[in-house]
Design a protein around this ligand. Structure first.
Ligand code: PRT
Ligand code: MG
Length: 203
């Protein structure tokens, strides 16, 4: 039986993904929460779990070094990687991708948008026929809108608390987001039976 490598995004996706696997009786031999290891053996056949930064998952899958990935749809929309197949919407780490700004802000031509998703932001505004300029930031997009560094932001919203506490509001929805299970295209050809069996197991 061939080894199967599954990359899981660090942070909140990891928490929910490990819980989902556990519910289906798949567990790491050592808990990734209590260890500095990066590769974990599991109790399921030849499955090994790798914990990586969310935005690195698409590259690991593209390279084929890792067969499967659990990654946010936001990260997939932003990446330009495409040699993977979508296997399943795991419906975990759900949130919304939105344009947000100060009260009563509307979408308008030549807005300056702060975001950690420059590529999908450009695609979204282009699809609306609204030209915009994008400011790539790495943390706390909300601050950019509050300080008028940008006219609006493109960011993820879960409870809405962060927007509210900073006096911001949703302007429009771009997409509903959750974590997807994806597979490298050649891995799927080579290990189809093993992968299908694993996917069916994760219900
Ligand atoms: O370093 P990087 O931020 O890329 O990754 P990370 O290791 O910090 O991971 P983490 O934990 O931030 O997880 C990122 C992934 O979780 C995203 O790619 C999404 O697919 C998913 N996810 C789900 C979220 C949220 N919900 C979410 N609410 N990622 C981030 N947020 C942030 C949002 O950016 C905002 O700052 O939470 C804040 C809003 O939350 P509410 O509840 O106040 O609305
Ligand atoms: Mg984060």
């Amino acid at each position: 039986m061939k080894k199967i490598f599954l990359a899981i995004s660090k942070g909140r996706i990891m928490e929910e993904a490990l819980a989902l696997l556990k519910k289906n009786e798949i567990e790491c031999n050592i808990s990734p929460n209590d260890s500095r290891k990066l590769i974990f053996r599991t109790n399921y056949e030849n499955l090994q779990i790798i914990i990586v930064r969310a935005s690195d998952v698409p590259l690991y899958i593209e390279s084929g070094k890792v067969d499967l990935g659990i990654v946010g749809k936001d990260t997939l929309l932003e990446s330009n990687v495409d040699n993977y197949f979508f296997l399943k919407d795991l419906k975990i780490a759900s949130c919304k991708l939105v344009v947000a700004g100060k009260k009563d802000k509307k979408l308008a031509s030549n807005m300056k948008i702060a975001t950690k998703y420059p590529s999908l932001t450009q695609d979204f505004f282009l699809s609306k026929g609204i030209p915009c300029s994008v400011l790539k930031l790495y943390g706390s997009m909300e601050l950019a809108a509050v300080l008028n560094l940008s006219d609006a932001i493109v960011d993820l919203v879960d409870t809405g608390k962060t927007l509210k506490e900073n006096g911001l509001e949703e302007i429009c929805l771009i997409d509903n987001i959750s974590s997807h299970l994806i597979v490298n295209k050649s891995s799927y050809k080579l290990k189809k039976n093993q992968i299908d069996k694993l996917v069916n197991r994760i219900s």
